[in-house]
Ligand binder design. Structure first.
Ligand SMILES: [Zn+2]
Length: 316
């Protein structure tokens, strides 16, 4: 290959994805495979599956100028020792160092939701806008914050983690230990659990119930599923109102499975948001669905390498 391309890696609990991304943020090719994700113990099988997937790419290792990685948190950043909640066999796994050793290239790694936010700013719904919150609402609620055209990392790489913005004073308990977090209300599993408690899909006790099922039932007009979308939308509106006023945002781009509900989620979100912002500078904020699809994690990971002036503040 003649052009500068990056090996981009997106690591999730169920899927591994690798891709070749060019200077303009185009995904030239990509491969996906299930994450073997053993329940505990030896994390090498996950790493081996990842390397095997890279070998399936048509591009040659010598084509790459660097490696960009998005992975679930928590992680030490920028050291890139990862302990993803949904990959129990990786605890303090030195992913960044292992990849640097393997490929002999610069490796840059960030939280997967931050990579999605970066992609939305670089090539998606936040393109051309300097102040953007990118959010992922799916099995968790995560995000990344771009202010003044630059990714904001914070002290530990966790700035923009809007899932743990507090949206309620008394409930529910969040798995992080705090009370009233946005994620504790609006993540797919938490929302499904709430709906189940309200009688959703009663009479089908063995059925698997995911956020995706909830979205589909809401589309079909199921009253509890619709109420769940309103509940998530209201909580998101509160969290976004706080973030907007605090950070002077212009665009909030929301991706992830729950965002597929469209107006069923976005209408109550808008109503809740508009009730809670009054200052003129905040009222101009636009909340939009993410513009990129499932490749966005790869695009954002590549941007860490290809656009360091905007997206990589750590070691150059
Ligand atoms: Zn929390």
């Amino acid at each position: 290959m003649q052009q500068r391309v990056v090996l981009a890696i997106d690591i999730g609990g169920t899927k591994l994805a690798v891709g070749v991304v060019d200077e303009e943020g185009r995904v030239l090719e990509y491969r996906r495979a299930p994450n073997p994700n053993p329940p505990s113990g030896e994390g090498e099988s996950v790493y081996r599956a990842l390397l095997a997937l890279v070998e399936e790419l048509d591009a040659d290792r010598s084509d790459f100028v660097g490696v960009g990685v998005g992975c679930g948190g928590p992680m030490s950043w920028p050291a890139g020792e990862v302990s993803p909640l949904n990959i129990p066999s990786w605890r303090g796994f030195p992913l960044r160092a292992r990849l640097a050793e393997e490929f002999g290239l610069p490796v840059r790694l960030h939280n997967d939701a931050i990579c999605v936010a970066v992609a939305e700013h670089w090539r998606g719904a936040g393109m051309g806008v300097d102040n953007v919150l990118g959010m992922v609402v799916s099995t968790g609620v995560g995000g990344g914050l771009i202010l003044g055209g630059r990714l904001i990392d914070g002290a530990s790489g966790n700035a923009g983690h809007v899932g743990h913005a507090i949206v309620h004073e008394f409930e529910p308990q969040c798995r992080c230990g705090a009370i009233g977090c946005l994620e504790a209300i609006a993540s797919g599993p938490n929302l499904s659990a709430w709906a189940t408690g309200q009688g959703w899909r009663a009479g089908h006790p063995d059925e698997q119930r995911t956020g995706q099922d909830l979205v589909e039932d809401a589309r079909r007009g199921d009253p509890v599923a619709l109420a769940a979308m309103r509940r998530a939308g209201r909580a998101l509106g509160i969290g976004i109102a706080t973030a907007t006023t605090l950070c002077d945002l212009q665009v909030v781009a929301i991706g992830g499975g729950l965002s597929q509900a469209g107006p069923l989620l976005f209408d109550p979100l808008e109503a809740s948001l508009r009730e809670r912002i009054g200052l003129e500078y905040a009222c101009g904020v636009r909340v939009v669905p993410a513009g990129l699809g499932q490749e966005s994690g790869l695009v954002g990971a590549a941007a860490l390498v290809l656009r360091p002036e905007n997206y990589w503040s750590a070691d150059k």
